[in-house]
Design a protein around this ligand. Sequence first.
Ligand SMILES: NC(=O)c1ccc[n+]([C@@H]2O[C@H](COP(=O)([O-])OP(=O)(O)OC[C@H]3O[C@@H](n4cnc5c(N)ncnc54)[C@H](OP(=O)(O)O)[C@@H]3O)[C@@H](O)[C@H]2O)c1
Length: 495
Amino acid sequence: MVVSAQSRGVIALIIVSFSVAVLLLYSKVHPSSPVTIVTINSVNHIFVGASTTSSSTPPPISTMTSTTPPTFTLSNNITIPSIGLGSASGVAYPHILHAIEVGYRFIDTAQSSRWGYRESDVGLAVHEAKLRYEDWIVTSSSSSSSNGEGGSKERDYVFVQTKIHPEDLGYHSTKQALQLSLERLHVTTLDSVLIHKPHCWEGICAHEPEGTWHDAWEVLQEAMDDGIVRAIGMCDVDERLLGQMLSKRIGPMVIQNWFDPFHQDKAFRQTLDDYNRQNPPNKQILYQGYSTLGSQWFHHKGYTQNPVLHSPILQNIASKYGAMVPQVVIQWATRQGVMVLPASTNPSHQESNLDSYFFTLSEEEMQIINDMDGNLPQPENASQKDKHPDEVAMEFVNHVDGVVDVYWVPPTNEGDGGIDDETSHVHVGKMNGMGDVLRLTSYHGHAFVFKDGGSAVNEIVESSTGRKMLNMHVVDKLLGSEQQHEIDDRSDEEL
Ligand SMILES: NC(=O)c1ccc[n+]([C@@H]2O[C@H](COP(=O)([O-])OP(=O)(O)OC[C@H]3O[C@@H](n4cnc5c(N)ncnc54)[C@H](OP(=O)(O)O)[C@@H]3O)[C@@H](O)[C@H]2O)c1
């Protein structure tokens, strides 16, 4: 759409005026949050802070008292919202259109229809919304784009991120897959493309991939050079994979990992934070959390009730503010720099998820949620009376002189020995030193691996890395309904 400079100025002015009016109205609805408006660079960077005076920079995210979610700026200088719409599991055209209407400006999709994504629906809805709503035309602060264009740039702005299925890893396959996404999304440039999984494993790929993620990355780098893709990244990344990605000509700009209150991916996020602290803005990597509302437990980990949405801890915090659990989780996540992608087919859920900043979690509440990491609740209805016959109360005791992370190996991997696909290991707890004990409810046949200091450790470990191999454990109910397992350092043993 072509818009003259004069019209653009008028539109920008209208949007600023409208935003200010909305924000002032908002302060009336939520009078406990005094409003200071700080306008930064352009109309899509408006922060509302309770305690700031007028300034050109927002207060730090962790302490910010705000009635709007923070925004994140990618290393290509494009600013995106911290709350996007996830679109797996049946989120379809009308849901996406509604989400855009109520203010979502980031949509996460993928090529895989088997995982419930409808990439074409996203394309149609975004295209339709562009035709309907002219107020999307905003002036981006982006002074240069990935294709080397300089100057400020105008575009109809709903950021769409898609993903290449692992069965399409390989130079030619990934090229074809990219073309397919361009067609389905009705665009000539893709905002962000992620590799959905770094490799195939049993049950997720319809056929052997042509090549590896390295070949696919080559294609993504070339697409960045050609201006066809603006940002690239990968899902399910651990420290080792991150290291490999950082050695590429163009490093990752987005990492998308499973993140929820019981699965906070802390060790990896710390590594990423350290990296970001040591690198300039054009090298920053954004951490996106998927399944932040707890769906992984329900869909893939055997819980019949979502432990996040039903957590009494989160329910207590939410009720204090007249909020809902998803709002608490979304604010908690985004305030510490995690971008979230809550999926919903329900219009009121979509709206309330976006409205997760009408209250402010205290630092103590933030810490309470931080401490939920790894503390998996008992499966529901797990009273003594109707205990599952395979249930075992496990006690892991740290006999290693240092930090040990405990990971559950989900059943899909157990048939393969349970150790070849580290990306699907579930972090269930951490022991900080010798003698520490981790207690959890487990079941016959559950396998656990123990990793030294949070490093991504496979059973076979090169001693040159300095990482230790720790013994793994498979729960056997014949040994009793209450068991203890000692975690030993086997790095000195012959492999
Ligand atoms: N990279 C990957 O491998 C990967 C893996 C999984 C997910 N993802 C991405 O991350 C997105 C989010 O993850 P997810 O879909 O697994 O699950 P999620 O966002 O954790 O949870 C979605 C579920 O929560 C419900 N929900 C949403 N808002 C709610 C609210 N306010 N109150 C009550 N229930 C609410 C939804 O039901 P309603 O529809 O009824 O609201 C839906 O069942 C995905 O859609 C996808 O885009 C990526």
